[in-house]
Structure formats: structure tokens, C-alpha cells
Design a protein around this ligand. Structure first.
Ligand code: DGY
Length: 313
């Protein structure tokens, strides 16, 4: 039987890519100089796509690959896949949930601690030899502060548990109150932002969450507040955020994600009250390997005709 063919849209974890190559012929889209020509040359054979991060799958790619059956997404967020188009074309979509919950929660804490205790500035201060001649400024602490979580899903709950260990008060906002959660619920995001010191954004990127962290929400968070975005840049009004951080109307930010990755606006990079990270939420050896294994498991299940491991459409 002919080997199946797969379009790999962006780079995957090396072990996963090697596993996939055992089973199928792989075409590397992100490396192709002439992408339309690549698509045209494989259109009659490719039945599988693997996406990764912002290397997603648009309706155009789906339309160029009429035999496409499955899009296996590397990541829990699949906003870079046009799921509505996939449904229209009868294409299944999978993601890699759960295996990254602990890692993203840990990274959230890392960024919060870095922002709160000004770790990047402290590191620079010591390296620059300033320690003997000046005092490093005092900082706030997380202990006793209130944190609002936007999106108390599986990752949000792991974050909440860790923040409780830091003796923080946890409240949350989402589409619905969750009956079995002990944390106070806010139906209104701006109202929650007014009452918290930290706002942690960990809701999925989608049309319904786009721009949800609006100028008004960030103004409500205020000069003493810090915004932490671990979700997607699309959830935050980035120009308004930069303006408010610059004027001091918003106290600070710890950002792992940006509106137009991998571009980060120069005005944001220049600000002293932000900690920036290049979308590292799930970027550990262990977690990326587990995410890759989930992609492989979904592809193999599909090829065997078994139920998919983690379907989203
Ligand atoms: C995800 O899984 O959606 C993460 O953003 C990838 O790092």
C-alpha cells in the first residue's frame, strides 16, 4: 500500500517529527520557498496535516488539499486552525490538551515572580556591578495579594492551586460560574479587574475572546495592577496595553504571548515595567515531548481507523 503523505506546516518537537516520518511521507511547508507550488504538487496525495503554534492551517490550505482528512494540531490552543472551514470540508481536528497543564502553570508562576520581585532588573543590577554602590529598590510580594484568573479551565485550575500555596486570594471570570469551584466568581471582567492586584489571562484564543482584555479592563486593573498573559495575544488590546503601561495607568505586565508573534512592538520592548517571554508556556523538554507524542497518537489512531485521542472537531 502507498504510504500516506502529510504536510507539516511548522516545526514539531524533534522526537515527534522522527516518529511521524516512520509512518508517512512528510512535506515541510514552512521550509518551502514557493508554498503554492508545493501545495499544487502534493494536492492529490496529502491526507494529513500537522500544525504547530502560529504555523496553523487556513481555509486556503484546506482548499488546496482536497483529500485532507485530519489536521493534528501541536498545542492545546488551536486558534491558528480555521476550525469552521475544517468542519465545512469534513476534516477532523485534534489538539494536545492536559499534558501541558503543569508546565504552563509553572511558567505562569515564574513570570509572576519575575515581575513581582523584578528578577530581570535584579540580575542586570548585579551583572552591572551596581550592588556595592546603590540599593536595589524594594519590591512588592505575591503573598496576601488577590489574583483574578480569566479562564478557569484545566490550566487555570493548576495556576489557581499554585497561587494558593503563595497565600494569594484567587477569584475568577469565565463564561459560567463553576459549581464545584471554591473561588469567588465574577460575571463581569472589568469588575473583577477593579478588585484584583494581578490579572492572569489563560482563556482560549477565539472570536469570542478576541480583545476581551480591553482598555477599560486594563484601566480597571490600574496603576497598582499587573497583567499576565499566558493565553494568546489576541485576547488583549495590545496598542491600548502599551499606551497604559507607558503612562503608568497600568502598573506592569508579564507577557508570554503577543498579538503578532514573533513580532513584539518596539514600544513594548522598551518598557521597564514588563517581563517578556517568547511563548515559552509549554516549552520544556518533557512537555514538548508529551505534546509531540499526542500528535503522533492522534495521527496513528486516525490511520488505523480508531477513535481520535483528543478531537476538537
Ligand atoms: C498551546 O499549546 O496552545 C501553547 O500555546 C503552545 O505553546
Amino acid at each position: 500500500m502507498d504510504r500516506r503523505e502529510l504536510l507539516m506546516v511548522g516545526p514539531l518537537a524533534a522526537a515527534a517529527a522522527a516518529e511521524i516520518e516512520k509512518d508517512v511521507i512528510v512535506h515541510r511547508y514552512w521550509e518551502a520557498a514557493d508554498k503554492p507550488a508545493l501545495l499544487a504538487s502534493i494536492a492529490d496525495r496529502v491526507t494529513l496535516v500537522a500544525t504547530s503554534g502560529h504555523h496553523g492551517c487556513s481555509a486556503d490550505i484546506m482548499e488546496a488539499l482536497p483529500k485532507l482528512e485530519l489536521i493534528a494540531s501541536f498545542g492545546v490552543g488551536y486558534d491558528a486552525v480555521d476550525v469552521a472551514a475544517a468542519r465545512r470540508h469534513g476534516i477532523r481536528v485534534t489538539n494536545t490538551p492536559d499534558v501541558l497543564n503543569d508546565c504552563v502553570a509553572e511558567m505562569t508562576l515564574a513570570l509572576m515572580l519575575a515581575a513581582c520581585h523584578r528578577i530581570p532588573q535584579a540580575d542586570r543590577y548585579v551583572r552591572d556591578g551596581l550592588w556595592p554602590s546603590a540599593n536595589f529598590p524594594l519590591t512588592p510580594e505575591l503573598t496576601g495579594r488577590t489574583v483574578g484568573i480569566l479562564g478557569l479551565g484545566r490550566i487555570g485550575k493548576e495556576i489557581a492551586r499554585r497561587l494558593q500555596v503563595f497565600k494569594m486570594q484567587v477569584v475568577y471570570h469565565g463564561r459560567h460560574r463553576q459549581e464545584h469551584e471554591p473561588f469567588p466568581y465574577y460575571a463581569d471582567l472589568a469588575e473583577m479587574a477593579r478588585d484584583v492586584d494581578w490579572l492572569v489571562v489563560i482563556a482560549p484564543g477565539s472570536a469570542s475572546t478576541s480583545g476581551i482584555v480591553s482598555r477599560a479592563v486594563m484601566q480597571a486593573l490600574g496603576p497598582e495592577g499587573t497583567l499576565v498573559n499566558m493565553a494568546r495575544g489576541s485576547l488583549v488590546d495590545e496598542p491600548a496595553m502599551i499606551e497604559l503601561l507607558t503612562s503608568g495607568a497600568l502598573g506592569g505586565a508579564a507577557l508570554d504571548v503577543f498579538a503578532n508573534e514573533p513580532e513584539v512592538p518596539a514600544a513594548l520592548r522598551a518598557l521597564p515595567n514588563v517581563v517578556l517571554s517568547p511563548h515559552q508556556g509549554s516549552a520544556t523538554h518533557k512537555t514538548r515531548a508529551a505534546m509531540g507524542a499526542t500528535v503522533v497518537a492522534n495521527l496513528r489512531a486516525h490511520m488505523r481507523g480508531d477513535p481520535l485521542v483528543s478531537p476538537v472537531a
